[in-house]
Every structure is written in structure tokens, then in C-alpha cells.
Design a protein around this ligand. Sequence first.
Ligand code: M6R
Length: 401
Amino acid sequence: IVGLGKGENLLASDVPALLAHSREVYFLEDRELAVLFRDHVDLYTDQGERIIRDPSHVDWDIEAAEKGGYPHFMLKEIHEQPKALSDTLRPRLAGHDINFDEINFDAAWAVSAWASAPRVLITACGTAWHAAMVGKYAFEYFARIPVEVDIASEYRYRNPVFNAGDIFIVVSQSGETADTLAAMRLIKKGGGRVLAVTNVVGSTLAREADLVLYTWAGPEIAVASTKAFTTQLMCLYLLALKLGKLRSQISDDDFSRYLDALETVPGKAEQILSNTGMIQRFASRQFSKGKVFFMGRQFDYALGLESALKLKEINYTHSESFAAGELKHGPIALVDTDTLVVTIATQRNLFDKIISNIREVKSRGASTLVITWQGEEAFSSVADEVFTIPDAPDCFSPLLA
Ligand code: M6R
């Protein structure tokens, strides 16, 4: 990205790096060249032909790219989640419907293609892939459509089989991850039309995808994703609900009920974040554990994948996530007294199952923490510690847990 400054011109790999200096930028396309002088910039094709185009204006607030009083960006961004969730949700709520203005969802081809598609394919990397895993459960739940989720770095190299009529979604905070871009290009080359869920306006992904749905998370400076993840979830839930309606898989009453529940999510996230003292006290007792495992079932399993990644990245602790039912098929061998097992337990129809999993890890000496709904008593006599989150439909637990 070329930033046009006063008496200087700059080159950077992402917009936030330029914000202090410039808001007028050129997004370079592949194979374009920029020559920077103090007082002007020349753009060329790789054939040496001059390119004439207007710069884009970036209107991110410089304040938003600073720490806002928090000791570091990750903490600031954790606390920005309620606003980011609200910014991502509210513009899309139109009465009792979901309105995707910016992706031109109502274009004839999109509606008919989405309504009749045989399958959804979602591809992404890292945190965005974990959001896609939650998305899989959401699409199946609301739209009753088969869903495949693929890691982009695998997808792009394995000569995948797909049908141009499938629904293709790629998820990327930056919109610049090379493997995700390659997966999108592969699908497009095979005749597929791609919807991008991304946070960065003007990113390569946003420019090349057929449809774009933005996560309005604002700049994410911390390397470890937080608000990007939760807003990706919000977009995927909205898409799943919309698809459920298009395919007549969800009644009008249920649809309205779920939208009402989503509207309460930002406020509930705020409530959770006002209670960080309890989390801090728990962490100070447990921080020296050599291993931290997460387990859950269904939506909770998908969420656990992201939890384990966060702990690895930030805490440098060996951390893994398991589908709770898989524990007995091998991983339980790793559980000992040096292990903390965090169970995400929000799927009410599976409480009995998960309680027996908690008993198994306790019998091996693990310390146990359960995250569940407020008012649930099922775990107080089973786990060492229970954190609760404000009540919501089970399917939305990843947004809060
Ligand atoms: O920008 P992207 O969402 O495409 O980035 C993909 C991953 O590198 C990213 O999600 C990474 O896993 C997280 N920042 C880790 O917290």
C-alpha cells in the first residue's frame, strides 16, 4: 500500500501502519510497480506502462488505531468486542429481516444460486478457520445444508473437487492471507462465485471476491485475533440465518426470535467483560499449569479450537482442544495433575455427556473449569470452578463463551 504524505510518500503492508502519516493511499494490484519520489508517486504495470488512477481515501480514525488507555492492543481489542459486534450486526437488521446491502445479496443470481445450492464450502486460515468451523454448525443448524470447512493452505494444493453451483465463502480478517487468496482464485478459476467475509475495505480479497460482507471490527492491531473472530462469527450467523430463510428451513417466528436474541449479544458481551476480576483471580491460581486442554461438543468444540490457539499464542502454554467424545479415544492419556481442562458446556441437550467427560479428566487429577450459562447448577458439584455467561440460545454460545 502506498501512502501519499506531505513532502514524503510511504510504502507499507497494511493500512494501520500508514494512518499517522496519510489517509490517501494506492492499493497496489498484483504485478503493479510503484516508484516513490519525495513529491509524487508513479505507478506502472509490469510491462512498464504508466497507470493513472485516483488514490483511495481511508477514513479509519487515528484514535481507533491507538491503544485507548489500555496497556496493550490485545486487551483494548478484547474490550472493543461489544461495540464491534453491534457495529457488525445493527446495520444489517432491517425490521424483522436481514439486509445485506453491501453484498448485493438481492442480485437475482445470488438469491437463486444461494437458494438452490447443494453445499456450502468455507475456507480460511487460523482464527478465521475456527470461525468457519462454528459457521459449519450454524449453517447446518439454520439452513439444513451440507457444509465443508477447509484450511486454505490444504485446499489450494490438493486439487479439490467442487461444483460451481456450491456456495463458496472465504473468511479473512486482513483480506491479504496468501493461502486464502489462492483458495479463492482456485474456486473462481473453476467457475465458482465467492463471498468474502473480511475486515479490511479495499483488501485484495475484497477487491477480487464476487460478493463481500464486512466485519465492522475496526483495525485489529494485535497479532492475536479477538474482535475479528467474534465479528466473523456474527457475519456467519447472519448468513446462516438468511440462508435458512431463503431455503424455507426456518419459520418466521423462529427467525425473528433468533434475531432478537442476536440483538442482545453485544450487551451481554459487555456484561461479561465487566467481570474480569474473577477471570484474573482464576488465572493467577492456574497460570503455572504445564498443559491446558479445552473440550466441548458441537458449537462448543468449534469454539474450543480458537481458545486453544489463543492460549498457545499468548501464553506459550501447550494447549489443545478436543471434541469431548474423542477424549476416550486416546487424548485422555495426556491428562494428569499438571493439566487444566476447560470445558465449554453450553449445549443443554448434551449436559449428561459432558458431565461424564469432566468426571473422567478429574479422575486423572486434572483441575477443571466449566464455562456455562447463568443459572445452570448442573456443574457446581462436578467442576472445581464454574464461570457463567448470560443466557442465550445454545447455538449462539460461541459469541459469548
Ligand atoms: O487475516 P486472516 O484472517 O486471513 O489471518 C489468518 C490467520 O493468520 C489469523 O487468523 C491468525 O491465526 C490469528 N491472528 C491468530 O490469533
